[in-house]
Design a protein around this ligand. Sequence first.
Ligand code: SAM
Ligand code: SF4
Length: 479
Amino acid sequence: MAQHPTLDGVKQIDESKQGAVFFPESEAQKATTDTAATKRFYIESYGCQMNFSDSEIVASILADIGYSATRNMEESDLILINTCSIREKAEDTVRRRLRIFDKVKARRPGTLVGVLGCMAERLKAKFLEQEKLVDLVIGPDAYRDLPNLVQNASDGDRGINVLLSREETYADISPLRLDSNGVTAFISIMRGCDNMCSFCVVPFTRGRERSRNAFSIVAEASDLFAKGYREVTLLGQNVDSYRWTNPETEEDVSFAQLLEMVALVNPDLRIRFSTSHPKDITDEVLITMSRYENICKYIHLPVQSGNSRVLQLMNRTYDREWYKERVAAIYRIIPDCAISSDIITGFCTETEEEHQDTLSMIEFVQYSMSYMFFYSERPGTLAARKYNDDVPLEVKKRRLQEVVNLQNQISKEHNQADIGKTFKVLIEGNSKKSDQQFKGRNSQNKMIVFPKREGLKAGDYTEVKVLDATSATLIGELA
Ligand code: SAM
Ligand code: SF4
C-alpha cells in the first residue's frame, strides 16, 4: 500500500470504501433478503461511486432469485467482484483478489466466482482464458442476465455477457441498499460516456451515454426519503449532459430541471451530484443550486490539467481560460460553494512548465480537495494509440507529490478558514474514532466531527460551530 492513498492508484471518490464488502445493514433489508433466500452471495466493489451503485442493482437482481448477502466469502455460494479499469493498479488489485477467491473455491468446490464491471467489459472472454477459475464475466449493461448466467454456471458452463446497450438504465430496478448508513444514498441518473477524453477507458467499458427516466429518479428519491434517508447523490460520468425526453409529451428534461424536481421532493432531502464536466456545466445549473437550500453547495469539477495544450491532447474540449471562467461563474452565483477536482500528472509530453500550470490552477481555484493520480496508459484509448507515454514514472510521481503537497496545504487553509463559522450538518453516524462523537457533513461536503448530545441521532440536522480543522476534517461543537 502506498503512503498516500492517491498514489495507490485504485482509489477514487471514497478512499475508505475501496474493496468494501457490501452487506445490507438495516433490519428491514435483512428481512427482505433473508426471506426465501437459500443461497448466499459475497460482493466486493472497486472504483468509482457508479460501481458501488451498480453493486446495489446486482444485489437486488440476486435477491429476486433467492440469494442473500454475506460478509463472509468462506460461506458464500457466489463470490462477485465489481471491477475498475481506470488505472493499471486498479486492475492489479482485482487480479490479486482473484488469487484469494481461488483459494476459497479450492476449499469449497461448487462456489462460483464472477467478475463484473469495467474490467469484465475490457477483457471480455480473455478473462476466462487468463483466469481459469472465473466462472462468470458480466459487463455493466448485462446485469439483468445474471440469473441465467448463474444458472448456467451452476450447471457447469462458464458464462459471459459483455454486450453494451444504448438503452439500459436499470430504471425499474429498486437497488438493494447495501452497507448503508441509512442516511445517504446514491442514485444513478445516467450511464456511459460519449466524451472520449484521450486518457480514459470509460467510454469503452461503459458504452454510450444514456439518461434515465426523470420520473423514476424522482420516485427513487421519494422512496428513499420515506425510508428515512436524508441525502441523495445523483451519479453520472457527466451529469451536466443529462437529457431525458418524456415520450408522452416529447419535452426534454435538462440536468438543471432534474435537480429542481429532486429538490422539490422534500426540503429536508439534501441533493448532491457527481461528476460535472467543465465544458457542460451551465449557469442554469448554478442558478438552480443557488435557489434551493437543499441542493448542496459543492461541485466536483475535474480539471485534469491546468495547461491548455495538455487539455487539448487530453481531448477535454475546454482550455485553461474556459475553466477559469466557469470557476468564476460558480463563485459569482454561489459564493459559498466548495469546488473539488481530479488531476492527472505526467500526461504524454507534459513539460515542467505545463505541470506548473496545474499547480497554479490549484492555487487559482482554491479546491477544497482533489483526487490526484499520475497518468497510467490504458490499452485501446486514444492516447495509447496516438501519443507516446514519454514522461518517466519517477517524474510523474514527483509531479504528483508536488500536486498532493500543494492541495493538502490548500485544503488545510480552506478548512481553517471555517474556524468560528456555524454550519448546518446532517448527522451520518458515529465518528470513526469515538462512539462519543458524531460525524456529519456540511453543505460544502466537509466532514465535521463533534461531541454527541442526548436526543440527536443519525439522519438529524443540527447546527455545529467549527473550533478546529485539519486538511481532511473539521472539529466542532453543537452550536
Ligand atoms: N467522468 C469523470 C470526469 O470526466 O471527470 C471522471 C471519470 S474517471 C472514473 C475518474 C478520474 O480518473 C478522472 O477524472 C481522471 O482524473 C482519472 N483517470 C481516468 N483515466 C486515467 C488514466 N488513464 N490515468 C490516470 N488517471 C485517470
Ligand atoms: Fe472518462 Fe472523460 Fe467520460 Fe470522464 S468525461 S468518464 S474522464 S471520457
